[in-house]
Structure formats: C-alpha cells, structure tokens
Design a protein around this ligand. Structure first.
Ligand code: IMP
Ligand code: MG
Length: 220
C-alpha cells in the first residue's frame, strides 16, 4: 500500500514517528501495521470531524429563554393540573431544564413516536411508547425540541385531544418554519429559526451531538 504525502498532514506525532521508523523496516510486518494505523486514523478523521458546525444559540441564550418560558407557563397554569409531556428523544434535555423553571406542582411524562417519510405531507406517524399515566381531564403541555414540517406535533396534539385531555398546548424550543406543511399553533416558542439543520441540546444528527450544551448549525 502506497502512502500519499497529504495523508501525513496534521497526523499525530506518534503516527509520524512510527511511519518514519516503518520506512527503515521496509516490507516488514511493522511497516504494514503502521500503514493500517494511518488508514484507521484518516477513516475516523473523515467520519468524525469532516462536518462543520457553527454556533446558533449559546448555552446562556438557551438558559435565559428557558427561564422566561418557565415563568410564562407558571403564570398560565395557576390552579390547573398540569402534565408536562416530553417528546422523546430530542426533548429530553429541554424538558429537564424547562420543568425545573416551572414553579408549580407538575406531573412529568414522555411519549415517543416515529415518522416515516416525515418530510412530506404523506408522512405516517407510529406510536413507539405512551405516557404511563392517564391524561384524561388533565391539562397537557407537549414539550418538543423542534417543530419542522409540523407533522409530528399536529399528530400528537390530536392524539392527546382524542385521549380526553382537558386542554393541549405546545411548547417547542425551536420553531423552524422553512419546511412547515402542517399548521401547528405553538403556544410557547423558544426561538424562531428559519432554516438549516440544527444539532445540540437534545437535537441529533444520526443520534450524535445531543449532549452539546449549545445549539449549532451543521453542514455536512
Ligand atoms: P416534524 O414532524 O417535521 O415537525 O419533525 C419534527 C422532528 O424532526 C423533531 O422532533 C426532530 O426530531 C426532527 N428534526 C427536524 N428538524 C431537525 C433539525 O434541524 N435537527 C435535528 N432534528 C430535527
Ligand atoms: Mg423531536
């Protein structure tokens, strides 16, 4: 296997040292082993770091806005039995911060759905897991990370109405309007962002990046 010079760009020192040593032992097993090492390194570099992320919402901006949403919700649900239902998986971090910003005796639960062909109006929603408590005659606040086409949220709002909730309201950290196909009334919206694919603070790309504290625009 022939090594190309550009492959040594930014290569960690230990690999370069091993490369140098390997050249002195041409055709040896050692030389071929370090070639493999270099290939593995570049494979990971390509797949782990080739995408570009630009910050869109800082940790502080998110925290400030979540506090404001918590105050609004606290004001609006005085003397009402509130069940806050997070939409898995994306809402899990927002849900954790938001519920702690609500100064009321709330119940918390989760729901998970999956969508097939969800980027078009023909998309189908399937229930993966339901809340463990009855929501009949209770005030449901759905918590979502991002509303894109609106398909998921429109389905969920209808689902909880059908289950006999006293009211159903929607809180979404991000309202991404670019691809909206299904009308959704967002009662509590954190931020309006017109376009792009976002990651961090619960939002994923292929199950990665959910643990970032800020929100970024990802370009692949
Ligand atoms: P909708 O049904 O098209 O509104 O899609 C909502 C779901 O798609 C969200 O709950 C996310 O899981 C996912 N989604 C939409 N846009 C993004 C994004 O920019 N980043 C990460 N996930 C997204
Ligand atoms: Mg989601």
């Amino acid at each position: 296997m022939k090594l190309h010079p550009y492959r040594t760009d930014n290569c960690p020192a230990f690999i370069l040292l091993s490369l140098d040593f390997g050249h002195k032992l041409q055709n040896s097993a050692y030389s071929s082993a370090q070639n493999e090492l270099i290939l593995i390194y570049y494979y990971f570099r390509l797949h782990m770091h080739s995408s570009k992320k630009e910050i869109v919402l800082s940790k502080q901006a998110i925290q400030d806005r979540v506090s404001e949403l918590g105050l609004d919700i606290t004001r609006d649900y005085q003397n009402k039995e509130l069940v806050v239902i997070g939409v898995l998986k994306g809402a899990f971090i927002f849900m954790a911060d938001l519920t702690r910003a609500i100064d009321l005796p709330v119940s918390t639960d989760f729901i998970q759905v999956s969508s097939y062909g969800g980027s078009s109006s023909s998309g189908k929603i399937t229930l993966v897991s339901s809340p463990s408590q009855s929501i009949e005659d209770r005030h449901v606040l759905l918590v979502e990370d991002i509303i894109d086409t609106g398909l998921t949220m429109q389905w969920l709002a209808q689902h909880f109405s059908d289950q006999g909730a006293a009211s159903v309201k929607i809180c979404s950290l991000i309202d991404k309007s670019e691809r909206r196909e299904h009308e959704v009334k967002i009662d509590y919206s954190g931020f309006s962002i017109s376009e792009g694919f976002l990651i961090g603070y619960g939002l994923d790309y292929d199950e990665r990046y959910r643990n970032l504290s800020a929100i970024y625009h990802l370009t692949l």
